[in-house]
Design a protein around this ligand. Sequence first.
Ligand SMILES: Nc1ncnc2c1ncn2[C@@H]1O[C@H](COP(=O)(O)OP(=O)(O)O)[C@@H](O)[C@H]1O
Ligand SMILES: [Mg+2]
Length: 397
Amino acid sequence: MKTNIAVFYGCRSVEHEVSIISAVQAMRAINREKYDVTPIYVDKSGTMYTSDELFEIENYSDLDKLLKVSKKVTLIKDGDSVSMHYLENGLFSKKKDINIDIAFPIVHGTNCEDGTMAGYFEFLGLPYISCDILSAAVGMDKKVFKDVLNANGLPVLDCVCFRSRKYRTNKQETIDEIKGKIGFPLIIKPVNLGSSVGISKVKSEEELDEAISLAVSFADVVLAEKAITSLREINCSVLGDADSCEASVCEEPFMNDEILSYENKYMSGGKSKAPSKGMASLERKIPADLEEEKAQEIRELACEIFKATNSSGVVRIDFLLDTETGKVYANEINTIPGSLAFYLWEATGLKYTDMIDRLIEIAFKRQRNRENLTFTIDTNILSGVSFGTKGSKGAKL
Ligand SMILES: Nc1ncnc2c1ncn2[C@@H]1O[C@H](COP(=O)(O)OP(=O)(O)O)[C@@H](O)[C@H]1O
Ligand SMILES: [Mg+2]
């Protein structure tokens, strides 16, 4: 019997559509001689579906039709095994539960990539690819990510971080703090979104309120940091786990606007054109045009960040290079990067199919290590416990 991989994607996230593209790409790359693949599409309400039609990207252009031919499913844990169970079973064509050996979450953004999905699989005891709960959560929160890197002596831009409530009740105080500590131009961003949603560059105090209002409409916590004006953006992917990891070649994505926008990232060719290749369609230079020494510095930094955040699987770390000072700052980590950064690994000499093989090995290794840990303690604590007869106070614990 082949190992059955359940690919989870979609979810309640602003990056829902991007996740579909990443997942369909990955499902096409999985080695079918070694593995079976079960697609589990999670719609924007969180309902899970499966069908063979989910393998074809063209079918997603009419989602209603696609979901009509797909079946609602859920996961069931029974002892050591986890299976996919059909919720809508025909009376005469009862579909059997399908055993799942490993989960492959290909989700981007809040409510999924932020550790939520990792938590679901941990709860089920199902091996899964990608970062664990804590590292995924750290990666999703730009402020906590900065704090972790700061604590490890790794370079990030200073920031002022505040809650939307504080801004509403103490507007001037917040503005004064931002002006005093950061200065203009600056960038306002929600701490936990992706794909440039809710991000603005602010050149003067007059523009600040609008930018913050936009950011707080997406997230409860917002941060302000210095805008680098002589900016080059350099990304690097890392593959592995805490024991051993390696960095890919670097890429330089190009932007049409001042900030690398959602359209730049996924809709190269114009807003009206449907995205077809996700992150793989972005205009970019691979390898980035960097002096070997700089590229090496960034690759080493990427590995240090991967370890400091206790990452696992494949991540992409995005850097800001200030060309005036030559300084490199870590901007963010994408713990489940768009297109799983396969294009960076192919440029490094690792085929997508082989990269997925490595991800599966890493996930099973983590599971084996976990199985060696003690999670339960046998005790007889309950054997002598009684709450006594009705009305008495019973045993005191
Ligand atoms: N400090 C900064 N200085 C200049 N540009 C920035 C800065 N921070 C972000 N940007 C621009 O905004 C884009 C999106 O910001 P980022 O932090 O990567 O958010 P997201 O998680 O949405 O991708 C970046 O790709 C870059 O173009
Ligand atoms: Mg980014």
